[in-house]
Design a protein around this ligand. Structure first.
Ligand SMILES: Cc1cc2nc3c(=O)[nH]c(=O)nc-3n(C[C@H](O)[C@H](O)[C@H](O)COP(=O)(O)OP(=O)(O)OC[C@H]3O[C@@H](n4cnc5c(N)ncnc54)[C@H](O)[C@@H]3O)c2cc1C
Length: 302
């Protein structure tokens, strides 16, 4: 198993934590310790780290901002790699932006605005990274990553490079080619945008932010919408119609403001959230005949 000393002995000066409480690295504020958590400062450090972990047969979990994760109370065995330091964004030609996977969507959308480029206003309020957003095909307000992402540079767990272009991303509703390729890592993505009026783009971002503040419980830790939208329906109204708004298990509660969100109202455990998810799924299936599928990703042993 990889140790912090192994990483230091390879001359990799990146920040490395041992027994890192994942509650401090996820928007849910839930999760036990990761054996090791490293934050490579550039691509070379990332690929070198992956190679050492592969040689030491250490499991690796790659994360962005941890805004779509529910981490086990027992934590994560092996190495967690956080991409946040890989955050360069550069202009490519007249209308392209290439962003490293750890850049946040807010940074990316902000850069697009500065360059007077339209197409990313929808992404400004989604609290994840570029890598997490490509993997999830994140979307909001009728926009989706698949509308603008044209090429993603990737590598596998041994650092071998590959390229996804256009349809090879296999974007679907909150999914992409990464679902079938757990060993694939997104390094950077090229976004193709269109020239736009900065006042209009800013106005669109402000309007979406206003709608989020109005409809989402942003004052509580959460992982956003817990369930995918079932075909032809919406998860929130279905949960609400079953009388589950405000229903709680331990510290986890169905938000009073938006029934599609589970909030951590203080001290919630992963077990609380899992039991609440089970209860919601069973109730909605029994009363409405709809099987809700989680959008949030479970990590670590249950
Ligand atoms: C308040 C709130 C509002 C939200 N609103 C929305 C919304 O409107 N629309 C929406 O789609 N989502 C929304 N989300 C969910 C979340 O922000 C998105 O799913 C986001 O894309 C996740 O990005 P992340 O960087 O946090 O990924 P993480 O949660 O860290 O990881 C998600 C998955 O991606 C994988 N991953 C991350 N980076 C990489 C990489 N570089 N290469 C390969 N795999 C990688 C991880 O292993 C994991 O499986 C919301 C969440 C919150 C808390």
């Amino acid at each position: 198993m990889l140790t912090r000393r192994d990483i230091e002995e390879h001359g990799l000066g990146m920040p490395v934590l041992t027994d890192a409480p994942m509650a401090e690295h996820t928007s849910f504020r839930i999760g036990g310790p990761a054996d090791l958590l490293a934050r490579p400062r550039n691509e070379a450090e990332l690929t070198a780290l992956l190679a050492i972990a592969a040689r030491r047969e250490t499991p690796v979990f790659l994360m962005g901002n941890g805004t779509n994760l529910l981490v086990s109370d027992a934590g994560i065995r092996g190495l967690v790699v956080k991409t946040g330091n890989l955050s360069r964004i550069e202009r490519v030609g007249e209308t392209g932006l290439r962003a490293e996977s750890g850049a946040t969507l807010a940074q990316l959308a902000g850069t697009a605005l500065d360059c007077h480029l339209a197409g990313l206003a929808f992404a400004h309020g989604i609290p994840g990274t570029v890598g997490g957003a490509v993997v999830m095909n994140a979307g909001a307000y009728r926009g989706e990553i698949r509308d603008v992402a044209v090429e993603t540079r990737c590598c596998d767990r041994w650092g071998a490079p590959s390229l996804l272009r256009g349809g090879a991303h296999e974007f679907g509703y909150r999914r992409s080619a990464f679902a079938a390729k757990p060993d694939l890592l997104a390094l950077s993505t090229l976004f193709l945008l269109t020239p736009g009026d900065p006042v209009e783009i800013r106005g669109e971002m402000d309007e979406y932010a206003r709608r989020r503040r109005q409809s989402q419980p942003l004052e509580y830790p959460s992982a956003g919408s817990v369930f995918k939208r079932p075909p032809g329906r919406f998860a929130g109204p279905l949960i609400q119609s079953c009388g589950l708004k405000g229903f709680a298990v331990g510290g986890a509660q169905v938000s009073e403001k938006h029934a599609g969100f589970i909030i951590n109202r203080g001290g919630a455990t992963c077990d609380d959230v899992r039991r609440l998810i089970d209860h919601i799924q069973r109730t909605v299936l029994a009363r409405e005949g709809v099987a809700l599928e989680p959008e949030v990703r479970f990590v670590g042993q249950a």
